[in-house]
Design a protein around this ligand. Structure first.
Ligand SMILES: [Zn+2]
Length: 191
């Protein structure tokens, strides 16, 4: 989405995570008479490979197994569910299922040679790389600012730069305005 009011995510982890959850575009609203057509950027194995390479999560010489793509899509689904709960689209009971998926990306504190420590994936291959991506977002606090649009026919995920991280719309110009118009019409109808 190239909205003029779209904010850039702060931090590499947050940016990659936003990019991952938005590879599934569920937007179906009509704007200026044109219905938005969504899509899934990870529907093909080759697309998933390109996405992982672009994010530095898959080395040039490594091949991608179908299992890896299954894990990637599973993680995306879980994260979208978690964000949907926060946006009010789903019940909080869905968190149990999310946590079950997240358990498939185990992490451990590891010391490096220079004496610093970090969270490293303890699984092999792609799940380890994805786990570290998750850890980055949690550690730098970016997770609380990653939000799903409150419009049920949008569900686009955005980086919330509002002061107390309480933004509701992916874009004030699009979904914020659509909501204002809807509420105005409702008031008119009941008046
Ligand atoms: Zn929206």
């Amino acid at each position: 989405m190239n909205d003029d009011d779209e904010k850039r995510a702060e931090g590499v982890g947050a940016e990659a995570l936003l990019d991952l959850v938005n590879t599934l575009d569920e937007r179906s609203f009509t704007i200026h008479g044109v219905q938005h057509r969504g899509g899934d950027d990870l529907a093909e194995l080759s697309n998933a490979r390109v996405w992982l390479r672009k994010r530095g999560l898959l080395g040039a010489r490594r091949t991608l197994a179908t299992d890896d793509v299954v894990k990637l899509i599973e993680l995306r689904r879980a994260l979208r569910t978690a964000l949907a709960v926060r946006a009010g689209h789903q019940e909080a009971t869905a968190f149990a299922e999310v946590n079950e998926v997240l358990a498939g990306f185990p992490l451990a504190v590891q010391l490096r040679h220079d004496g610093t420590c970090s969270l490293a994936g303890t699984a092999a291959g792609i799940p380890a790389a994805l786990g570290e991506l998750l850890a980055q977002v949690v550690v730098d606090g970016g997770w609380t600012r990653i939000r799903m649009c409150a419009a049920p026919d949008c569900r686009w995920v955005f980086f919330d730069t509002s002061r107390n991280a309480s933004g509701r719309w992916c874009s004030m110009r699009v979904c914020g305005n659509r909501d204002k118009t809807r509420r105005y019409r409702e008031r008119q109808a009941s008046a």
